[in-house]
Design a protein around this ligand. Structure first.
Ligand code: ZN
Ligand code: ZN
Length: 81
C-alpha cells in the first residue's frame, strides 16, 4: 500500500492505493505526464508533472518547468515528427 500526498484543487489530501500514483514534482497535483527533456543519449528527465505545470511544446511532448527549452533538440529525437 502506497500513500501519496497530493494537492487537489489547492487542498492537501492523502491518496492510498496498491500502486504509487504519479504526483507532479512541482505542485503535488495528480500528475500523469513525464518531462520529455533530453538529459543525455536516449534519456529524458522523466520528472512527473501535471497538465498545469507541463509546458506542451508538441503533441505528446511535455516539459517540466525546469526544462522549458530547447525544443529543437527534442524534435530531432522524435521519429514521428
Ligand atoms: Zn503541477
Ligand atoms: Zn524536466
Amino acid at each position: 500500500m502506497h500513500c501519496t500526498r497530493v494537492n487537489v484543487g489547492g487542498v492537501g489530501a492523502i491518496v492510498c492505493g496498491p500502486r504509487k500514483i504519479p504526483v507532479c514534482a512541482f505542485c503535488h497535483s495528480l500528475g500523469g505526464l513525464l518531462c520529455d527533456f533530453l538529459i543525455g543519449k536516449k534519456k529524458t528527465c522523466d520528472k512527473p508533472i501535471c497538465r498545469g505545470c507541463a509546458i506542451n511544446i508538441a503533441p505528446n511532448v511535455d516539459l517540466c518547468p525546469d526544462h522549458p527549452l530547447p525544443a529543437t533538440q527534442l524534435v530531432l529525437e522524435l521519429p514521428s515528427l
